[in-house]
Design a protein around this ligand. Structure first.
Ligand SMILES: [Fe+2]
Ligand SMILES: [Fe+2]
Length: 406
């Protein structure tokens, strides 16, 4: 097969990206296109607005929902340590074992998936001008032909750049006509032009309240933002889409609540973002990790991931901060004498934007001004649920209720 590879931040994925994909397919130069949302790209290391899992699922879900044939989304960059330079992405993606399994997993017939493939790296004409400055451009050209999108008027520039690349590095360059809108992700965010995103992307953005003031993480240190991005990539291995996005949403909301209630924004971001990190581990593993953090205080299967998550965070993420670990440990039950940080994570877990289990409007309003009142409202709905299902309320939740005067 002739496979086009389209890497990018996709922050957000927009109609210009779709035009690029559709035009490449229409040109007949490639049989399919694999989009590769960047995890840690060399030009924008940690500067994307959203961490990688949001952007990966945004692209993947959009393409699936629109049902665009012969377009697939790869998570290959999640497996690359450090900066995911194009040359490393290409190496990982074109590795025969990987590409065959990936194509088969995407629904391509086994015979086609096993063919000898030819790879094309999709790029805009503006990017072609900087290609020679990329990391190991010669090796990129050994693995892939550059497939350059041209708009009317671009031809001379492309010709000049191509000549220089061919002379200095060798390699193949092909050009295809690009039809469709011109827009940029940064422009869309800056000018609030989200109407330039496809419908499924708009739904995704709305569900998780992305590109809002909270997702800008103002007041969070660069170091904490970097950790937030790194942990989001690490957790991708351990959590499915829904839970991973939920736990990241809790981080973003916790950072906002920390601003409102005067807690440490960095700690709130991290504690919230990782609070469910252990929830999809094998239950015996959860039990072992839970015991390590808090002995046999938690025995109910549904609670094990909280103390288990604290151990996981310490061992796998190197988090030593006791306040963060405790906020993770007590996010399900609460406890007596909770710190503001613990309350924030507890609350954000129940009301982050993608939560829809009940009408949360009133609690969300309360959470903007009165932490204990929002806690009371949340705990009381938890209590009602437990009573309805005939379950006992955990003694530590009873301590929390007493503290809240319930
Ligand atoms: Fe949880
Ligand atoms: Fe949660």
């Amino acid at each position: 097969m002739r496979i086009g590879i389209y890497g990018g931040s996709f922050d957000p994925f927009h109609n210009g990206h779709l035009a690029m994909i559709r035009s490449a397919l229409k040109s007949g130069i490639v049989d399919c296109v694999i989009t590769v949302p960047s995890v840690c790209n060399s030009f924008k290391r940690y500067t994307s607005i959203l961490p990688a899992p949001y952007r990966y699922y945004m692209v993947r879900d959009c393409i699936e929902t629109l049902g665009i044939k012969n377009v697939y989304t790869s998570d290959v960059e999640f497996g690359i340590e450090g900066v995911s330079y194009t040359v490393l992405t290409l190496k990982a993606l074109t590795e025969p074992g990987y590409i065959k399994a990936f194509l088969e997993g995407s629904g391509v017939k086994s015979k086609k998936a096993s063919e000898d493939h030819k790879f094309y790296w999709l790029m805009g004409s503006d990017t072609l001008a900087t290609f020679e400055t990329w990391y190991k451009p010669g090796e990129i050209l050994d693995m892939a032909t550059l497939l350059v999108a041209a708009r009317p008027g671009d031809d001379t520039d492309i010709e000049v750049c191509s000549r220089s690349i061919r002379k200095n590095l060798g390699g193949d360059i092909e050009v295809f006509r690009l039809d469709g809108v011109e827009c940029s992700s940064s422009g869309i965010v800056r000018d609030d032009r989200f109407d330039m995103c496809p419908e499924p992307v708009l739904d995704f953005i709305k569900t998780h309240a992305l590109y809002s003031e909270n997702t800008r993480l103002e007041g969070v240190s660069d170091e904490a933002k970097k950790q937030f991005f790194d942990y989001s990539v690490l957790m991708y291995k351990y959590l499915g889409e829904k839970r991973l996005l939920h736990t990241l949403n809790v981080g973003i909301l916790s950072a906002h609540l920390a601003e409102v209630f005067g807690a440490d924004k960095d700690k709130a971001l991290i504690a919230g973002a990782i609070h469910d990190c252990a929830k999809e581990l094998d239950i015996d593993e959860q039990r072992r990790l839970a015991r390590e953090y808090s002995g046999d205080v938690f025995t109910d299967k549904k609670l094990l991931h909280s103390p288990g998550g604290a151990t996981f965070a310490r061992d796998k993420m190197g988090i030593e901060d006791k306040e963060i670990l405790d906020a993770v440990c007590y996010h399900t039950t609460g406890r007596g004498n909770m710190s503001v940080l613990e309350k924030i994570v507890y609350l954000a877990d129940k009301i982050e934007p993608s939560r829809t289990y009940t009408d949360l409007t009133d609690i969300r309003i309360a959470a903007e001004s009165d932490l204990d009142q929002a806690m009371r409202m949340t705990v009381s709905s938890v209590r009602d649920k437990f009573i309805k299902h005939g379950r006992d309320i955990h003694p530590m939740t009873l301590d929390l209720m007493r503290d809240l005067g319930m």
